[in-house]
Design a protein around this ligand. Sequence first.
Ligand SMILES: [Zn+2]
Length: 284
Amino acid sequence: MSGETKVVVIGFDAWGAYSFPKADMPLAKRMAKNGACAMNARCVRPAKSSCNWASMIMGAGPDIHGYIDWDTEVPAFETPVDHYGIFPTIFALIKDQRPEFKTAYFYEWDLMRLFCPDTVVHHKEMLPGLSYDSAMAEKIADYIKREKPDFTFIQFDEPDHRGHEKGHDTPPYYELLTQLDSFAAIIEKGVKDSGNYDDTVFILTADHGGIGKDHGGDTPMERNIPLIFFGKNIKAGHTIKSMVMIYDIPATIAYIFGVKMPQPWIGRPVTEIFRTSFKKMPAP
Ligand SMILES: [Zn+2]
């Protein structure tokens, strides 16, 4: 019997779409093959961290939400603010419109704390070193198994540092991608152990890519991010044909959960990925 749909987002910082064919990432490749994916989804300008993680959570771009650079902590100009004190986030939409839902936010990069106020999620936890410590991925898996959250957002801060230190698209960069994929597999196992695997949509993606030892420019290596949807009601073997922006990710999550998007959002749900409309799906 089918229950409420769950969503798990796993984002890797600086995972460029260009790397996908060469990368040894069994989980990501299995989910791409058996799901719907775009290898030319586009991050916002500049192809940097803060502005793009914000866009992935806030359903709009820097011109609107005001997080304009890699390390923006306070919006650069006046923006709409919700009753949690920041530009409306996907977490706020869920909390306000589906208050019965349990939500969780795990992040490795300290600055990610800004994009999810403490009062808007049930569980918020910073996991420094998450990209290097399988025990932390186990911790996330245990949480999912135990608490069965409806929505889980997980931010890995690599392979960004590896790209800056050793270069993007280099053997050490690919080695780390393989490790991150294995950590995502630990989290997938947690979802299986929760008993909700068949009701879960997984979203694998990134904030931006990289080139040489940097990112922030407009080359395809920097701007194109992988976007993989896999799981409940997602088409298998589907290549996304729509033009997809990073802020369409929270719009798609809002669509899945049936929550209304606020006026300042410009993201559009990627509806071509679904086998049937969620509205037509039988009630649990
Ligand atoms: Zn980044």
